[in-house]
Design a protein around this ligand. Sequence first.
Ligand SMILES: [Fe+2]
Ligand SMILES: [Fe+2]
Length: 321
Amino acid sequence: MTWDYDRSRALLGKLYEKAKTAQWNANDLPWQTDVDPQRLAASGNAAQRFALLAEHPDSPIRSWGPKEWETFHVEQQRLTLSLFLHGEQGALVCTGLITATTPWIDAKYYAATQVMDEARHVEVFARYLHEKLEGAYPINDNLGGLLDAIVEDGRWDMTYLGMQIMVEGLALAAFGFMHLLSQEPLLKQLLRYVMSDEARHVAFGVLSLQELYDGLGAAELRERQEFAYEAAVRLKRRFNGGEVFARIGADPKAVFAFLDEHRNTHENAFQQMLFSKIVPNCKKLGLLDAGDGWLRDRFSELGIIQFEGGANALDEYDLVG
Ligand SMILES: [Fe+2]
Ligand SMILES: [Fe+2]
């Protein structure tokens, strides 16, 4: 708790005001829409990401016909939406935690609005998966392990860094990409609603951490750099999609052995693109270049440093208007 009720952080106060008037109700989405699996199948980018598996003569699933591929595309969407759902629950829990641990009253006010936002996001993804598809895939080790690591770290700013910058930054890029491709009207509208909240969430992370990080020394900053790097590695591995291949009767081990052997440039480019929102925000926080650019070197190895010139959350979220 804090006993200092002085409203001294004007930008956080502004974000809080915006959040209060931007609330929406999950019930207002057109839930009566019949979801057409073919439209949903056509809404993803799995065809491009896994084209190699369809075309290459040595592919272990070369025998798949149009029916298997359509099922695969629907299931890839269902897997992605399931991971969104689990990530949203992580965000719900983390922002509850941040409401308790953040030291400033303006941040507590704002974080409380985000708890409500995240509850709504869990609600809409759960409802879509259960009413329109066959329910959710279970959490996997990479995303589950990352969410656990974020919740269990005792330092209040690590909850922010892990959730508001890393997980939410990835979600912002992933939602935007799915929204762009989506031809299924209910999903498209659902994503538009969710995205209208997420840009504000990343801005909250940048605004809060900026103040703290400005006052940290090199050793403390290195710990934050390492935390960000480990989160990035886990986020990169969060989809292995083995459960989808297995469901359609393929051997996931054979599929991944084939993919490892044949460099899949489409998939790599897609995975890198998901970091397009994370890298500019790490830069804004000074994490890329602290300590002789340790994190810059790691992000170069991961093939994601090219996004450093992109817009950060404070550029993207209009705090003035
Ligand atoms: Fe969310
Ligand atoms: Fe969020």
